[in-house]
Structures are given as C-alpha cells and as structure tokens.
Write a protein that binds this ligand. Structure first.
Ligand code: SF4
Length: 118
C-alpha cells in the first residue's frame, strides 16, 4: 500500500510517498531531509499527537480550564485519554504547567494546565 504524506516539519512541505507493508514503512521516497524521513516513519509506524482540550472548573474565574498533554501521546490512546480527562474538575486556582492528571493511561505523560486561572 502507498501513502502520500505532507511533511510538516518545515514550511517546504515536501510530499513524501511511503510504501507500507504490515504496518511498517518499507520504502520512503520524496523527503528533502532526514527530519522528513523520521517524521513520516513515526507517522506511519507510531503516530503521536499532543491532546488539547478543556476541563470544567469549580467556581473559578473561568468555566473551562484549558489543558493539554505535556508531550505527544500515541494516537491510539487519544479517545481513552479524553474519557479520563472528562472525569476531571479543577477546583483550586492553577498556573500554567500545573499537572491536573499524572501519567495518563500509563503513558508516562502528564496532562497540564495551559493558562493561569484564579
Ligand atoms: S522533508 Fe525536510 S525539507 Fe521537506 S518539509 Fe520535511 S523537514 Fe522540510
């Protein structure tokens, strides 16, 4: 199977063609540099995303507190991670970087606040 992906590592936006067999990238063509090769390889074999969402607050200055994962997590965990995050409520003032959920789903990645809320 062939996949065409646009590399997003720099503004050039190379179109990279990947031959995929059994979930593995067996041939990668069209990348302009090593970063593009590595981006496409990860995107095919172990795609990850930073998850960004909001958590309800309890009686704070905003109704919803923006949060995100501190690092990318496997794309396959996104739906389950969202379900875990939806159980949260922030009821104390927080500052950027405060952890609202540690080690989400055993991924080793924390969910952190992205704005100060008093
Ligand atoms: S392959 Fe390299 S040159 Fe091309 S878009 Fe990606 S980072 Fe930029």
């Amino acid at each position: 199977m062939f996949r065409n992906l646009t590399c997003i590592e720099c503004p050039t936006g190379c179109t990279v063609t990947v031959t995929v067999e059994g979930g593995k990238a067996v041939l990668i063509e069209g990348y302009g540099c090593r970063r593009g090769h590595d981006y496409v390889l990860a995107e095919v074999e172990q795609p990850e995303r930073i998850l960004t969402t909001t958590v309800p607050s309890g009686n704070l200055s905003v109704r919803m507190v923006p949060v995100r994962t501190a690092r990318p997590i496997p794309k396959a965990l996104i739906d389950d991670a969202l379900r875990e995050i939806r159980k949260l409520r922030v009821s104390q003032p927080v500052t950027v970087g405060d952890i609202v959920l540690s080690d989400v789903l055993g991924s080793g990645v924390d969910v952190i606040v992205t704005r100060d809320v008093s």
